[in-house]
Design a protein. Structure first.
Length: 216
């Protein structure tokens, strides 16, 4: 069920949990544009579940594990926004782990790819900040839109992404968590954390409830 998780005068964010592995797919309506973050299977049906207007659809990818990219080809004409570090898994099933869980392999056919730079990006009059926090994958990307952050599988409200997969690295995760904790000190306590699985929370709740941030 599509659930609204944020609303302001300039942006509205909805969340839906989709196959193949309960991925949080987010719809961000901003400045008459629609960004779909980590499209799971069935994402193309989501814009029809509300009446908010938009001029175009752009896909925003936090990392390229198969569950976060399985719905990309439902939007063959949409642009894919992704960092260079996260890019390999779009075309490589070994990297995106799609053959490891008993299902078929995922290889994205959409070639409309735009590489995001670290730091501030401005896409379609929408500004956001891009950061790489490797550990769960080599390309874990956090997108900071100010009052809300999309964190993918790097960090959840009370846990972190697994580091026992191919191309995961527990030592990198520890360093990334330490850097992210420092980054959060400059955020508002009410800013929202929008992770790739499970529930959403505020920065304050994350700092209080996620033991991994205090351990590292």
């Amino acid at each position: 069920m599509l659930k609204q998780v944020y609303e302001s005068k300039t942006a509205t964010v909805f969340k839906e949990v989709l196959p193949p592995v309960g991925v949080n797919t987010f719809l961000l309506y901003m400045n008459h544009h629609l960004f779909i973050v980590d499209p799971g299977i069935g994402s193309s049906k989501l814009p029809n579940l509300n009446d908010l207007p938009y001029e175009d659809i752009t896909l925003l990818i936090t990392h390229s594990h198969f569950d976060h990219i399985s719905g990309i080809d439902e939007f063959p004409d949409s642009k894919i926004l992704i960092t260079q570090e996260a890019l390999p898994g779009l075309k490589d099933a070994y990297v995106n782990l799609s053959g490891d869980f008993g299902g078929g392999t995922t290889v994205v056919q959409n070639k409309n790819i735009q590489i995001l730079s670290k730091g501030e990006n401005r896409i379609l009059d929408c500004a956001f900040f891009v950061m790489i926090y490797p550990g769960h994958t080599q390309g874990d990307t956090v997108f900071d839109f100010g009052p809300f952050l999309f964190t993918g599988d790097f960090i959840f409200c009370d846990s972190i992404g697994r580091t026992d997969f191919r191309f995961s690295d527990n030592d990198q995760m520890k360093k990334s968590l330490a850097k992210f904790r420092q980054y959060l000190l400059d955020k508002q306590s009410t800013d929202l954390i929008l992770p790739g699985h499970m529930g959403v929370c505020s920065v304050k709740q994350l700092m209080e409830n996620n033991v991994f941030l205090s351990v590292y």
